[in-house]
Design a protein around this ligand. Structure first.
Ligand SMILES: NC(=O)c1ccc[n+]([C@@H]2O[C@H](COP(=O)([O-])OP(=O)(O)OC[C@H]3O[C@@H](n4cnc5c(N)ncnc54)[C@H](OP(=O)(O)O)[C@@H]3O)[C@@H](O)[C@H]2O)c1
Length: 247
């Protein structure tokens, strides 16, 4: 019997990267997972890989109607949710002077507004000892070039982790954040040409104290720890970054 047999988990942005790695780890341990994303082909591929204990729902994290429909779907499918991983996110690189209103709004809508309302709409379904994990980033405390809007969105999430942890505490629900960096998840290739992504990854690995990139499986283990095992931890942010934010 798997460690998480009978547990129900919702993972937004679960069709690739470490959302998918987290879903895989949990399914392997017996949990039932519901993953979301926007791309139907990627969702179907992820569901096929995860097997019968997974359901894949197309849902845009930036859309309130989609989030409300997701909550209805989760209620019908699971009734109660043991863990919610609000992980859907996008990257966007631009110098401050060239950051457009469109890019700023997109990053805030997906990376900050999305998790906020995902937790709000799914909170009524969370079990008394449920765990919520948000995906922040080490950039939320660093002043890095090209990432001002992305970093601001992730800093908003850091704040929400604390506020929502306080407000959901009376129900016994813990809210924490995982702060990974840098991961070879494929996310960079979605926002820049492949050659630039390869150069960026090589530079990030060279700059990291452990001289390598994070792996999706390493982040997944931290997420599962926060969601299920860290029973005296709430409002915290766990860095999974090879020491990059500390050393
Ligand atoms: N990779 C890194 O180095 C790194 C570091 C720190 C933090 N992060 C954060 O980690 C999270 C996961 O990233 P990843 O590296 O695993 O990247 P990824 O492989 O690109 O995964 C992102 C996931 O989010 C989904 N997604 C994106 N926009 C969405 C939207 N509007 N609605 C619903 N789903 C959406 C994607 O599916 P669709 O595209 O099909 O929608 C995909 O399932 C993000 O929040 C990212 O900001 C990444």
């Amino acid at each position: 019997m798997g460690k998480y047999e009978g547990r129900n988990v919702v993972i937004t942005g679960g069709s690739s990267g470490f959302g998918l790695a987290t879903a895989q780890l949990l399914v392997d341990e017996g949990a039932r997972v519901l993953i979301t994303g926007r791309n139907r082909t990627a969702l179907d591929a992820a569901r096929d890989r995860l097997g019968g204990n997974a359901v894949a729902v197309r849902s845009d994290a930036a859309s309130l109607p989609d989030i409300e429909a997701l909550a209805d779907r989760v209620k019908t499918r699971f009734g109660t949710v043991d863990a919610l991983f609000a992980n859907a996110g996008v990257n966007g690189f631009a110098p401050f002077e060239e950051t457009s209103e469109e890019l700023f709004d997109q990053l805030m809508a997906v990376n900050a507004k999305g998790p906020y309302f995902t937790v709000q709409k799914l909170a009524p379904l969370l079990a008394e000892d449920g765990g919520v994990v948000l995906t922040t980033s080490v950039v939320n405390v660093l002043g890095l070039p090209m990432l001002s809007a992305y970093a601001a969105g992730k800093a908003a999430l850091r704040s929400m982790t604390r506020s929502l942890a306080r407000e959901l505490l009376p129900r016994g629900i813990r809210v924490n954040a995982v702060s990974p960096d840098p991961i070879d998840s494929g996310i960079l290739e979605k926002s820049m040409p492949r050659q630039a992504a390869e150069q960026t990854k090589a530079q990030m690995a060279a700059d990291n104290p452990m001289l390598r990139l994070d792996t999706p499986a390493e982040v997944a283990r931290a997420v599962v720890f926060l969601a299920f095992e860290a029973t005296f931890t709430t409002g915290a942010e766990l860095a999974v970054d090879g020491g990059g934010s500390q050393l």
